[in-house]
Design a protein around this ligand. Structure first.
Ligand code: ZN
Length: 406
């Protein structure tokens, strides 16, 4: 097998739903192509992080790619900043940030400043600010969101969020989570910056305009999820694979970038249920000669699961099934289909339920599984694996695994 195509259907796993005849959306969906892959391959059940752990999408993807999230994950910030395409350096402290509204006593009135869209003026006014040798790097994200990086010597991610995560509460003054010199320095510099930003933002023409229109002022930056940029080996260094990430959602592109995958823009890929899945499959075929590892991310099943929309989830799975049809003809590719976690419609949230996995291709051993779903895959010959097993299995099937012993 010369190539591997790993398709991660975000939040695919589910629990039985009465209205679907006590079946999951995946069981209820018509999926002839996914079933064909199951018939040709070996299937199993997988807990991406560990049994009983409810994974986030970020920790689950790290685990699936072979980077232990207990070692490399220390907060969402770096994944957010990578996801909007910010250049990050080793040691950078990265945050998720909102432009919000505070009153004169720094009580949060609106965590999203009326869902403001035009934050470019704020970014231009503050990006590159230096305080005590620390540089603050800002980039506009979607809507009220910003990417926010602190770069300098002697910084620590162990500081609490300034964002109180609710309204009508005073902002949290940044302070250290531990008594290290680094954490206290980071909190002190961050506090100075947020004060300064508040003053600068209050006077921007944008806010004079908003005041006239009676809109909530965009006068404070609420930061949360501090994390230090993890130092990850690239896929090339770790596995000697030339890898490409075909995704629409910022987080997934960000994770792809962190592990050195190319991240081309896919036209029509929105990271939402309306995403054009056929365009992603076309991208695999278009780039087929250039890479030997393709990570493809389909987000919709997770969003629909979080909405509790089991009919929509079932239809989206059928859309996946149609989109992947051209891949079934590839004779030299291992096709792996799985999920990062379950998002049961009944919970409208991620759960620790295992997810189905199939590894399929010409010449690999098969088993008796006929249909790709939670129940049948669990009977397959792969058994019950962890996310950490997936890359070693892929490498072995590609003939690239290193011999253990002599
Ligand atoms: Zn996910």
């Amino acid at each position: 097998m010369k190539k591997a195509i790993l398709i991660i259907c975000d939040g695919l796993g589910d629990r039985p739903i009465e209205a679907l005849g006590n079946r999951t959306p995946l069981q209820a969906a018509e999926t002839p192509n996914l079933d064909k892959l199951a018939q040709r391959g070996i299937s199993g059940a997988m807990n991406t992080v560990d049994i009983g752990v409810r994974p986030g999408s970020d920790t689950a993807h790290l685990a699936l790619f072979g980077y232990d999230p207990h070692v490399y994950y220390n907060g969402r910030g770096p994944f957010e900043t990578a996801g909007i395409g910010m250049e990050m350096k080793k040691g950078d402290i990265c945050f998720r940030a909102n432009v919000g509204t505070v009153d004169k006593d720094l009580v949060v009135i609106d965590r999203r400043a009326g869902r403001i869209e035009s934050t470019q003026e704020i970014v231009e006014a503050l990006n590159g600010t230096k305080i005590d040798g620390v540089e603050f790097i800002l980039k506009k994200g979607v809507g009220h969101r910003l990417g926010f990086i602190m770069r300098g010597q002697g910084l620590s991610p162990n500081i609490i969020d300034s964002d109180p995560h609710k309204e009508n509460v005073k902002i949290h003054t940044p302070h250290a989570k531990d008594d290290s010199k680094e954490a206290m320095f980071t909190a002190a510099v961050l506090e100075k910056f947020l004060d300064k930003a508040h003053k600068v933002m209050s006077k921007l023409p944008l806010n004079l305009e908003r005041e006239k229109k009676g809109l909530p002022l965009a006068n404070y930056i609420l930061v949360r999820g501090a994390g230090i940029t993890p130092n990850l080996l690239s896929f090339k260094e770790k596995y000697n694979l030339d890898a490409v990430c075909i995704a629409g959602g910022g987080l997934y592109k960000g994770i792809g970038r962190m592990v050195g995958m190319d991240t081309p823009n896919v036209e029509g890929a929105t990271g939402k249920p309306d995403s054009d899945l056929t365009k992603k499959v076309e991208m695999i075929l278009k780039q087929y000669d250039k890479y030997n590892f393709f990570f493809v991310h389909f987000k919709g099943a997770d969003s629909l699961g979080e909405d509790g929309d089991y009919e929509g989830k079932k239809e989206y799975i059928e859309k996946i099934d149609k989109a992947i049809a051209p891949l079934l003809d590839l004779k030299d590719a291992l096709i792996v289909i799985t999920a990062d976690h379950s998002t049961p419609c009944a919970l409208k949230a991620h759960s620790a339920d295992d997810v189905p996995v199939v590894m399929s291709g010409y010449g690999i051993r098969d088993d008796d599984v006929e249909h790709f779903n939670e129940r049948e895959c669990a009977r397959g010959r792969l058994g019950h694996i962890r996310g950490a097993h997936l890359m070693p299995l892929i490498l072995d099937m590609m003939g690239l695994a290193e011999l253990f012993g002599a």
